[in-house]
Structures are given as C-alpha cells and as structure tokens.
Write a protein that binds this ligand. Sequence first.
Ligand SMILES: Cc1ncc(COP(=O)(O)O)c(C=O)c1O
Length: 302
Amino acid sequence: MQKEPLIYIDGKFVDKSKAVVSVFDHGLLYGDGIFEGIREYNGNVFRLGDHIDRLYDSAKSIRLKIPLTKHEMTEAVLETIRKNQLRDAYIRLVITRGPGDLGVDPGLCKNSTTFIIVEPMASVLGPREPKVVKMMVSSYRRDAVDATSHEIKSLNYMNSILAKIEANSAGADDAILLDHRGFVSEASVTNIFLVKDGKVATPSSSAGILHGITRDRLISLCSDLGIDVAQRDVTPFELTTADEIFLVGTKSEILAVGTISGAKVGHGGAGPMTKKLYQEFSRVVQRAEEGTPVYEAESVNV
Ligand SMILES: Cc1ncc(COP(=O)(O)O)c(C=O)c1O
C-alpha cells in the first residue's frame, strides 16, 4: 500500500487522512490565523529565512504567540520535507489562533495550532516561455491598509476569493484588484509588475499589497541587471497602455499577462522583459545560496 503524506501538527507527524484540527479552531471559525506558501527547488528551500521573518511579523501584528522560536520553526519545515522525502515541493505553513469558544475573542484561545503540509511541485520556470494569462479588473477593491491589511499574510482571503469568483464567471484566469483610492494593487494571489518603454514599475505598500517575497527578489534581480524598477502608485490607465505586464508569486512563479478584459497587453503574449526576467529568475531559484538545504549531503537517498 502506498504510504500517505505526513503532515506536521503541533510537533507530531500524522498521516494525511488523520491530519485534522478542531471545529472550534478560530482559524476555521473566523479566519484568525496566518500562513506562508513556500517552495523547495532541488533540495533547497527558496528564501526560507524571508518566509519565516514574514510569518513572525504577521504573528506580531495580530498578537499571535508562536510557541516555537524561528530556528525551531525552520527545523520543523525542513523535517516535514525530509519525512516526505521531497526535493521539489510546495510547503504550506499555517498557524491558527487555536481552539476557543464560539465568540470571536482571540483572548479565549489558549493555544495556537501549527501545521505544515508539503506536496510535490515541479517548477514551471525553465527553458520554455512563461505561461500567458487572461486577466480582468475586479469590481472589488483590495482591502485598505487600515482595514483587513494584506500586509498581514492572514487566513482571511475573502477579498481575493470574491475577485477570483468574478474572474471565473467572466472567463478570465484571474483578476487585478484596485486599491480603495483607485490605484492598481495586486492580483488575487500575486504581485503585479508593468513595463513601459523599458522601465519597470510595481505598486508600493500604500496600495494594500502583500509584501511578496518573489516581488522583493524580482526587484533586487532587476537592480542586479541594471533595470530600473519604481515602486510607486500605478493607475488603471497604465494597465491599458503598458508594453508588458507580469504577475509574480511563490506558487505561480512568473506569469505573463496577455489580455486585460479582452484588450491585448502589448502583443498579447510574453514580452521581451518578461521573458528575460523569467529566464534569469529560473536560474535564481536553482542557486543553492538562495535557499536552505534540506538534506545533508550523505543522509537521505531520495
Ligand atoms: C495576496 C498575495 N499577493 C502576493 C503574493 C505573492 O507573495 P509571495 O511572492 O511571497 O508568494 C501572494 C502569495 O500568496 C498573495 O497571496
């Protein structure tokens, strides 16, 4: 019989079919919790330190106590991958407020719940061209920075889900959300970059974005390549006049935007800047020094 994947829950490894949390967990009842989506490439966890730092910042901002130190959490992630013997994986690290009563008060939740799921996932980055997606502009606005801030990577994704439902019914792959002022924010689960006349721009924090780790790495990659990237307010007009638009995120990696609400972006495929960054980024994720090694050289034979 095939072995089931092992899930980490609060320090124990359990079979996937037995990996359950309480129906009184406020992560489930109220979306009260935080998470990270992380990638392992060829036995190295890409920018694990950045993910762990963002997780603890999210926890701090919602006053959620994580019972593990950053070092212990890092080890828990690595051990979960080792237990499942994966070399290319997607990792979902979740911390909920834990079980409480049926009221919203997080003060009544005594112990948070931590779980880690790892699944095999191969990179789509590589010699081929980036995938091209059809987008629309959502009628839903990204939550404001003083509302359900997406700077917190929380379990509350209803804002993105509503935009995704709208995109699904319009036959688009995904939607771009504007912020409460009408400036471009991000897509449902990716950050956005625009290229015009060789210059690259991406919305800044004021647009209510998640501070994406892929976005950060792309900005530093551009700077290494001598490409100017402005982090600034981006108007919807710029979406309609850009030469190229691309989306970035841990799971999606880099996607070229072909159309927005049926109108072509540039030539309607991946443009030269998008292709260049896609090729360069595919090398970055494979570099050992960008990641945390999961296996000691001689230990596990996977
Ligand atoms: C709303 C949102 N924006 C952007 C991103 C991209 O962030 P990262 O590159 O850290 O995966 C994500 C990733 O899940 C997201 O959910």
